[in-house]
Design a protein around this ligand. Structure first.
Ligand SMILES: [Zn+2]
Length: 458
């Protein structure tokens, strides 16, 4: 059941990349439908119909911010989060990741691991998660049901791979298509096909190297027939590019997705560190999204997504952030910080962009990704990627209440454990400065309440 109250206090969001909106002393009315019905600056302006609601008055050190949108998570890799990152991507898949994912043939295993992932995500402030399941239909249904039970907003896909995958884990083309279509229909029956559905299906080819063209075309047909989201990987690293070139001489990821009917305004492509300009242009034109996974990109792809470059050259290209659990072992907060660092790396390091037509000397005098922009990427920008910019990612009347309550004063002054937060507060900081400290040096201990659709989920 949704919160039904008026919250009085400081609300912070980032509707545009460069501006942080700090609204202090405002009144936000949330009704039992989970919607924000009124925002006003004066208590006497609260509409008659809401005056009987309880008022929750936040402390000065408490702020409400939009929940975070993580656009790239491999749910069956969660158990190895923070480990097994000692070898390159293709070896890593074979040695650790395919075996870990294949264990999800056991529904018991899925029922044990998935709820733990979801509580990790909610605890660290993620209220919308875009998830890959394993190749198994039954375990992916368990993942979707676990999302529903946890109360997170989720986009879930059954991963598809009919080649270059070990025999113990590979699917047949036919089986992969049949299970994908069944999963999409099953989700629509349970949660509806509209934007308000809390769990929505995603057509999920793992990546070009593990999918035959027949499978890709079939998946494209399913995505179009059911008008659903598509997620995959593209232009991740030099190795991955070379592998695609060896399989499909003269062709590259974006073109193959496009010819398969998998590239449109509901397509979310992780990494995209090595897109050619023409490819970024095509993605912008069709409305597809680039998901930067800064931690994983640096660790595994040894590459970066040139966000400032894309921002200036392709101003309408949708860009969001992902953790890439478990290729990246950071939280969304960690990835926001890494996005800032990555921006600086691009400003001084020589990044290998050979074989792409992207300007090889992307060296920006103007740093673009600061804490505000990183927060925008993790909230409003992620919402836009999901076609939900008018529903989540910021606070406006009529939008859904997907939000975090941060307590930025857990330093022992009010009797709490003085080790309850990571940064030091001096008492004279503005709300914006305290919030900046959280983005740059805080952690999940500051996230004290989490709501999705107005429902308390933490
Ligand atoms: Zn990935």
């Amino acid at each position: 059941m949704s919160l039904e109250a008026i919250i009085h206090g400081t609300f912070i969001d980032a509707p545009t990349p460069q501006s942080l909106r700090v609204r202090e002393n405002i009144f936000v009315v949330v009704t039992k439908t989970g919607a924000i019905r009124q925002i006003c600056t004066d208590e006497s302006h609260i509409r008659e119909e809401f005056r009987s609601l309880d008022i929750i008055r936040l402390k000065k050190t408490q702020v409400i911010v939009p929940g975070l949108v993580d656009l790239h998570i491999h749910a069956p890799q969660f158990k190895q989060l923070g480990t097994k990152t000692d070898i390159p991507l293709m070896e890593w898949l074979q040695k650790y990741t395919f075996p870990a994912e294949s264990a999800f043939s056991s529904p018991t295993h899925a029922s044990t691991i998935y709820p733990k992932l979801l509580s990790h995500l909610l605890k660290t402030g993620t209220t919308t998660a875009v998830l890959y399941g394993s190749n198994h239909l039954s375990a992916t249904k368990i993942l979707a049901e676990s999302c529903h039970n946890a109360g997170i907003r989720a986009f879930v896909g059954k991963t598809c791979a009919d080649m270059l995958t070990p025999e113990y884990y590979v699917e047949t083309t036919e089986g992969s298509l049949k299970d994908t279509e069944e999963f999409v229909k099953w989700c629509y029956e349970k949660w509806g096909s509209g934007r308000e559905g809390r769990v929505r299906p995603v057509v999920t080819p793992r990546f070009i190297p593990t999918c035959s063209k027949e499978l890709l075309r079939g998946l494209g047909g399913i995505a179009q027939k059911y008008d659903c989201f598509v997620q995959s990987h593209a232009a991740e690293s030099v190795d991955e590019e070379a592998l695609v070139e060896s399989q499909h001489p003269g062709q590259r990821d974006v073109e193959i997705y496009r010819e398969s009917g998998l590239l449109g305004n509901k397509t979310i492509l992780a990494h995209c560190c090595r897109l050619k300009n023409s490819e970024a242009g095509v993605m912008q034109k069709v409305g597809a999204t680039v998901v930067s996974c800064p931690w994983s990109n640096i660790l595994f792809a040894r590459a970066t997504v040139p966000i400032p470059y894309y921002n200036s050259t392709f101003p309408n290209l949708k860009i969001g952030l992902g953790t890439d659990i478990a290729g990246g072992f950071g939280t969304m907060l960690d990835n926001m910080r890494t996005a800032i660092l990555q921006d600086r790396i691009d400003s001084f390091a020589t990044v290998n962009r050979s074989n792409t037509s992207t300007d090889p000397n992307i060296k920006k005098e103007n740093w673009t990704v600061d804490f505000k922009y990183a927060f925008h990427l993790a909230t409003a920008s992620g919402a836009k990627a999901l076609g939900m910019e008018d529903m989540i990612g910021k606070f406006e009347e009529g939008m859904r209440f997907d939000a975090l309550q941060l307590d930025l004063g857990l330093d022992g002054e009010d009797g709490e454990d003085e080790r309850a937060m990571r940064f030091t507060r001096f008492g004279d900081e503005s709300a914006e400065e305290l919030f900046e400290k959280w983005v740059t040096t805080g952690d999940d201990r500051n996230v004290v309440r989490v709501w999705v659709d107005g429902v308390g989920v933490l």
